[in-house]
Design a protein around this ligand. Structure first.
Ligand code: ZN
Length: 299
């Protein structure tokens, strides 16, 4: 079923898109008690991040023991809680699973919900002590399913080879413009979290691609600042970094969004609204009012 693309004022050229990655698959409450892990906590964090200026929230869900799960029912619960609270923040569901601990089919399961955006990890990479496998055949299948369900891929690249993979998938017609790239820098196994690495990744992009960066751990803020200075966009949140500053745990995801929003104000970059992001990326539109499981169909 084709959904109308929401009408919104065009995104100002200098606008900043903030993504908030609230939970991820690894951080635990033992590491930082403010990591949201239940559907209610994750939805609450998403709502508050939206209020703080995030246009997109990147969602993972956990089971009752805090372990990562790909259960579509849990994802649907989070989305329903966010939307029923009146938040129109764009929801980006992870297809990463536990980065090396979930099967390919499990990882693709949330796509039946037709999220506006879902992560598309564009190649394999060592991930700490694990190996995060995204085989060529999996990437092709993931791309096809995202098209089927009208989901915009967030093309996550951990190193330059992943951008090269994306370019091949684009050439093969499996990924369509407008492109939305997320550079993940600082994973042990991927690109180091350095500005020159970020510049190289940006230089590889196809014309007109939109991009954001998330730095892991202590690289989160400096790389975000670099991206802001370069005209890119920023991801923050407890998925990537549980600290506010050295020795001081972040008290919430919204605290981290607040800081980015504050700095963006100093730099004169207005914050993009969710509907501006929908218009920019051609998203299918908020889910509100549709059944939990959508019929497959192109955007
Ligand atoms: Zn994630």
């Amino acid at each position: 079923m084709t959904e109308p693309i929401p009408q919104a004022a065009a995104l100002p050229r200098d606008a900043l898109i903030i993504s908030a990655a609230t939970t991820g698959s690894w951080p635990t409450k033992a590491q930082n008690p403010n990591v949201p892990t239940t559907p209610g906590e994750i939805a609450g964090a998403a709502i508050r991040c939206g209020e703080a200026g995030a246009a997109i929230v990147h969602i993972h869900v956990r089971d009752d023991e805090e372990r990562v799960t790909c259960d579509p029912e849990r994802y649907a619960k989070v989305r329903d809680l966010v939307e029923s609270a009146g938040s129109n923040v764009v929801i980006n569901m992870s297809t990463g699973g536990g980065a090396g601990t979930s099967s390919d089919e499990e990882r693709m399961a949330p796509l039946v919900l037709g999220p506006e955006i879902a992560s598309f990890d564009c190649g394999s990479v060592n991930f700490g002590e694990r190996v995060f496998i995204n085989s060529p055949s999996f990437l092709r299948e993931l791309a096809v399913r995202m098209k089927t369900y009208g989901v915009k891929p967030e093309i996550e690249c951990f190193e330059p080879g992943h951008v090269w993979n994306a370019l091949r998938l684009i050439d093969d017609g499996l990924l369509d413009a407008p492109f939305w790239f997320q550079f993940v820098l600082g994973v042990r196994g991927g690109s180091p979290p350095e500005v020159k690495q970020l510049q190289h990744l940006v230089d590889m992009l196809p014309p007109g691609a939109h991009w954001s960066v998330c730095g892991i751990g202590r690289a989160q803020l400096p790389l975000g600042l670099a991206a802001m200075a370069m005209g890119g966009h920023v991801r923050t949140g407890l998925e990537d970094n549980i600290w506010y500053r050295k020795g001081e745990l972040a008290v919430s995801n919204a605290q981290l969004v607040d800081r980015v929003a504050r700095i963006a104000g100093e730099l004169g970059r207005p914050l993009a609204t969710p509907d501006q992001v929908r218009a920019l990326l051609g998203l299918r539109g908020a889910h509100t009012g549709k059944p939990a499981i959508i019929a497959a169909g192109p955007v």
